[in-house]
Ligand binder design. Structure first.
Ligand code: ADE
Length: 251
């Protein structure tokens, strides 16, 4: 997987990607990453990349030409068929990023990420590049760089070898649209709060069952929208009802 980022602030994205787990994966060549400073592609002495809006209105808009030329350069970062490459425009108007979309993005070989600034980007260059518009949530950031960092982090951790334990992805929140079970470490009692006894039992089958049911309960309580679309068989449904009853009796 190659991530090419078109940005006015290359260091902002680079700092995020070079740290922690993604940083180590990058060092180990588990994926590749390169930034292109859009300003370097401006055809003027001042590196001007924006201009006022046709039709009037506040603010400035990023112009077509420097973005397009930075995109043409980014395409040569990674020699793949065009259907293995996707150009993403990070924008508050885009499809909101979720785990299903992250997994789909992880199936490409080359992602080119365009970070917007100011009031946005001239529509014609977005159309020419056939971008997929993606938002990281229903709020507005000052630019797309933080969003690009979020997207790269979420996609990179899907790639083989990036996470220290290979099956970690299968257990965590949002795998199969379900949240992860609650977790505990030592001591067994802290400020009078006890770890659920089953987790101290050493009985792996019971622990796995508890985790499965607790994950369902977490989803029900914290993300009823996800819970609504969860599908499980009748046995699990019965066990889950019993589990919730037992929890109520305990508390
Ligand atoms: N740029 C500005 N706001 C954004 C958002 N919410 N998601 C992605 N890119 C953005």
């Amino acid at each position: 997987m190659f991530f090419s980022v078109l940005t006015l602030f290359p260091e902002l994205v680079t700092t995020m990607v070079r740290e922690s787990i993604t940083g180590r994966a990058l060092e180990a060549d588990l994926f590749a990453f390169r930034t292109h400073n859009i300003r370097d592609y401006a055809h003027n002495d001042y590196g001007k990349v924006d201009d006022t809006l046709y039709g009037g209105g506040r603010g400035m808009l990023m112009m077509c030409q420097p973005i397009f030329e930075s995109w043409e350069a980014a395409k040569t970062d990674c020699d793949v068929e065009s259907d293995s490459r996707l150009t993403v425009y990070l924008s508050p108007k885009g499809h909101v990023l979720n785990q299903a979309l992250v997994e789909k993005l992880a199936s490409y070989n080359h992602l080119i990420l365009l970070c917007g600034h100011y009031e946005g980007v001239d529509q014609r260059v977005l159309d020419e590049m056939e971008v997929q518009e993606i938002s990281i949530g229903d709020y507005v950031l000052t630019g797309g760089e933080l969003a690009a960092g979020v997207l790269i982090d979420a996609v990179a951790r899907q790639l083989p070898g990036v996470l220290p334990t290979p099956d970690a992805v299968r257990q965590e929140s949002h795998f199969n649209c379900q949240l992860e079970y609650r977790q505990y470490t030592k001591p067994a009692v802290w400020k009078g709060r006890e770890v659920p006894p089953v987790l101290l039992s050493g009985h792996h089958k019971n622990i796995d069952k508890w985790r499965q049911l607790d994950g369902i309960r977490e989803t029900m309580l914290k993300r009823p929208d996800l819970f609504q679309s969860l599908k499980f068989d009748e046995n699990i449904a019965k066990e889950f009802v019993k589990y919730c009853r037992d929890m109520e009796l305990d508390s």
